[in-house]
Design a protein around this ligand. Structure first.
Ligand SMILES: Cc1cc2nc3c(=O)[nH]c(=O)nc-3n(C[C@H](O)[C@H](O)[C@H](O)COP(=O)(O)OP(=O)(O)OC[C@H]3O[C@@H](n4cnc5c(N)ncnc54)[C@H](O)[C@@H]3O)c2cc1C
Length: 451
């Protein structure tokens, strides 16, 4: 069986290795338009910072290894068209511009996504997206050669705030500009505001509800100023982290079901076209709490879907309900994490929900060095079933979401969590773990409302 995979990073290579392991006799060809493969993009902020010194540490498998494993990996090979009827991909060799057709029995689309870009910066030097290893290296090189003193990060989401830390640690005076009223706006405003207050309190420059309108370059073409609806900022560089756009334009108009450019799949990566699979940042993924597909471009989802595609191709369907929008973020000493639905999402979905936000501590009261830990639980009013959780705090806070991920996944309710037997040791938590505390508070509210 001939399998063609388009894209050789998280989803593409996870699929390749899963197919190799599970589908006997599969002949796998992977097309990659760039030269870098199998890298951990999640590590870029730490690589730019210098904490991760060598590029190779970010790479799970290099080209030599993939070829040695019997996978026909073709770099600088861009899929420019697909004929789903004749089961063939048109490939352009970017090294010599030759074009050729490649037949497949099964096709996996794992082409990822790229950053949205504001036209105001087009053609200016010193303005960067951050999606690929090339981008990360371009930022590093620019910083080494030009030693920028000031930077503007557009967008106050996960990536933007991680980069705020990166740039600050590299002694660059950094300004974040966010269009929405909150940073980290996938969280409920109370949580985002806690983070914003702390970051501003530490002197970090973060402007919200502000829109970049224009940009000015110096005589050599380097960015020198960003003009917004509220002011003007001199700068030596800009990083745009303002959302993603799936790289699926070449697939449009061919009957492949997509939502705003992201391919619709079933739980195992199958698209609406027979023998065509998709996963990672170019695809939607099923959220079992919302009972609908979401666009959740995360490394967790890309790797998982790649693995599931290989299993599905072998006729195996391990029990998998879908994802539940779990994610984490860390900037400086602050951590956030979430799973399931927030209040704002529950409202949007028309759910009859309630919630509590509790402030606890990350160590026993008497243990030195403890800090505040906030947990918000969202639950259904009719039965107390927990449908979402959000966390904000300092070191060790975000990982506490994993227990809540399990609770939401399993459909546990407030009674389950209020007395759940969590482990305890004073340097890490309290005899009533913060999750018990949050659930007990929610339970009191829930029982009061039931009376
Ligand atoms: C800075 C940063 C930090 C992140 N941090 C986290 C994190 O902490 N946690 C988390 O879960 N996720 C994180 N992510 C997200 C995660 O890295 C991505 O979800 C994941 O890399 C997506 O993998 P993918 O294989 O779907 O796509 P990509 O990594 O985008 O790979 C797609 C590949 O397809 C190639 N391609 C595209 N079009 C074609 C074509 N027509 N022909 C041939 N090849 C093509 C591209 O060149 C690319 O190499 C982060 C991402 C970034 C950039």
């Amino acid at each position: 069986m001939k399998v063609v995979i388009i894209g050789a990073v998280a989803a593409g290579l996870s699929a390749a290795y899963s197919i190799k392991k599970n589908v006997s006799g599969a002949e796998i060809t992977v097309l990659e338009k760039g030269e870098d493969i199998s890298y951990g993009a999640c590590g870029f902020p730490y690589y730019i910072e210098g904490l991760i010194e060598e590029e190779k540490k970010l790479i799970a498998r290099d080209k030599k290894r993939v070829l040695a494993d019997g996978i026909d990996l073709r770099l600088f090979s861009e899929a420019i068209d697909v004929d789903f009827q004749n089961k063939s991909v048109k490939v352009r060799n970017l090294s010599n511009k030759n074009e050729y057709e490649l037949k497949y029995d099964k096709l996996v689309i794992a082409v990822g996504a790229r950053s949205n870009h504001l036209d105001i910066f087009t053609g200016m030097k010193g303005v960067f997206p951050l999606n690929t290893l090339k981008h990360a290296n371009a930022i590093k090189e620019y910083m080494e050669k030009r030693a920028p003193e000031r930077a503007i990060i557009l967008g106050g989401g996960n990536k933007g705030l991680e980069l705020l830390e990166t740039m600050t640690l590299r002694a660059v005076d950094t300004q974040v500009i966010e269009y929405m009223p909150d940073v980290m706006n996938i969280y409920d405003p109370e949580l985002s505001e806690l983070l914003l207050k702390e970051l501003r309190g530490e002197g970090h420059k973060i402007n919200t509800s502000e829109k970049a309108l224009d940009a000015v370059a110096d005589e050599k073409g380097f960015i020198s100023k960003v003009i917004t609806d509220k002011g003007e900022y001199s700068t030596d560089m800009v990083i745009e982290t303002i959302g993603l756009k799936p790289n699926t334009e070449f697939l449009e108009g061919k009957g492949l079901k997509m939502e705003r450019g992201a391919i619709l799949t079933d739980l195992y990566g199958r698209t609406n076209i027979e023998d065509v699979y998709a996963g990672g940042d170019c695809a939607m993924i099923y959220n079992h709490i919302e009972e609908k597909h979401n666009y959740l471009p995360l490394g967790t989802n890309a790797n998982k879907t790649g693995k599931l595609i290989g299993l599905a191709m072998a006729g195996k369907e391990p029990p998998f309900k879908g994802v539940q929008a779990s994610s984490m973020m860390k900037t400086f000493e602050f951590e956030m994490a979430m799973t399931g639905v927030t209040d704002q999402r529950a409202k949007f979905l028309g759910l009859d929900y309630d919630s509590v936000l509790v402030r606890t501590r990350n160590k026993s009261g008497y243990y030195p060095g403890g800090t505040e830990l906030y947990i918000k639980l969202t639950y259904l009013k009719k039965n107390g079933k927990i449908i979402g959780a959000q966390i904000f705090g300092r070191e060790g806070s975000a990982l506490r979401i994993q227990g809540l991920v399990t609770a939401v996944y399993a459909g546990l309710d407030l009674y389950d969590l209020a007395y759940m037997d969590f482990g305890y040791i004073p340097p890490l938590n309290s005899v009533w773990d913060s999750i018990n505390v949050a659930a007990r508070k929610a339970l009191s509210k829930y029982e009061r409302e039931k009376e």
